[in-house]
Design a protein around this ligand. Structure first.
Ligand SMILES: [Mg+2]
Length: 315
């Protein structure tokens, strides 16, 4: 007999998380527990307003699928039962966690992954100070959140503060009227290693019309394998997140199909606890950039992984 439960949790952040879309002070997550044969599998998701999701909408979606789950819905059948998104992610991860526990699977390989450290939007000097602090702690890849203001001064300030760090940028769809080809040249000349989602999803067609001097990564534009045809020629890299793919099942399939189509890969997460990072672990060795620092923004974590020196360790 199978029993399924879901509930919301709110995790206060240790400091505000500021990106082009706004500031957050809490991580709002939804947890699914999948109980069968005395084993409880747990999965977590982060509903994301940008994708039309709220805690309430995700709880509603989950409850609608619980009767089928309690009657033995398989992981495979789940994939067509709920559309890709946070709700399916929590169920997919809970079922996979249950399967791993039943199989008695041990700690995963590799035992640690390198992860970028995010620097949220602030003045150039404040971002430079955060960069210095991160590098002093051993971080080697910095991810700068940027909006449309002070793009070059912010990057130059971080570059000067952390000349040996690898720097990537995430604009979260905030750029529009800028002369993007010229801006990309300038960023490449500053040694920026990658630019994530500069343009809004519905307006990313201009990316197809110039040679990219640095790789451009699709995040908001890339959810599942269905998106791949329209990303061809516009993007060079894909940011895979379980909350977008609707779980590990589609995430692994997207990684394989994306690689076969010539994309480089990145692995990302939302503001989440270590539960969500553990679920994404099997993708870590497949990607060029691991961006799993979500739990480092929490004031308190659950079953925490250890983050140190620019790496995350399975504990
Ligand atoms: Mg992003």
């Amino acid at each position: 007999m199978t029993e399924v439960r879901c509930y919301a949790e709110s995790w206060p952040l240790r400091t505000a998380f500021v990106i082009s879309r706004g500031a957050r002070s809490q991580a709002e997550v939804v947890v699914v527990e999948y109980l069968r044969d005395g084993i409880t599998g747990v999965g977590e998701c982060t509903p994301y307003p940008r994708y039309g999701e709220s805690v309430e909408s995700v709880l509603g979606e989950l409850r609608s699928v619980f009767p089928a789950l309690e009657q033995g819905l398989t992981l495979e059948a789940l994939q067509t039962m709920i559309p890709a998104g946070a709700a399916r992610n929590a169920v997919d991860c809970a079922m996979q966690d249950w399967q791993q526990q039943r199989a008695g699977a041990g700690a995963p390989v590799p035992p640690s992954l390198p992860t970028v450290q995010t620097l949220v939007i602030a003045g150039p000097e404040a971002m430079a100070a955060s960069a210095r602090e991160a590098v002093a702690q051993g971080v080697s890849v910095l991810k700068l959140k940027l909006d449309r203001e002070l793009i070059l001064p912010r990057v130059e300030a971080v570059r000067a503060a952390a000349p040996d760090a690898e720097v990537v940028i995430d604009a979260n769809e905030a750029w529009q009227g800028e002369d993007l080809p010229q801006l990309c040249e300038q960023l490449a000349n500053l040694g920026v290693a990658m630019l994530e989602q500069p343009l809004p999803v519905a307006e990313d067609e201009p990316l197809a019309h110039f040679r990219h001097p640095l790789p451009i990564c699709a995040d908001e534009s890339c959810h599942t394998r269905k998106d791949l045809p329209r990303l061809q020629g516009r993007y060079d890299m894909l940011n895979i997140k379980l909350d977008k793919t609707g779980g590990l099942t589609e995430a692994l399939a997207l990684a394989e199909a994306g690689k076969a189509a010539g994309f480089e890969l990145m692995l990302g997460c939302m503001l989440c606890t270590s539960r969500a990072v553990r679920a994404a672990w099997p993708l870590g060795h497949l990607v060029r950039f691991v961006d799993l620092d979500g739990p480092t923004w929490l004031a308190k974590d659950i079953n925490p992984l250890r983050f140190a020196g620019g790496r995350v360790y399975w504990t």
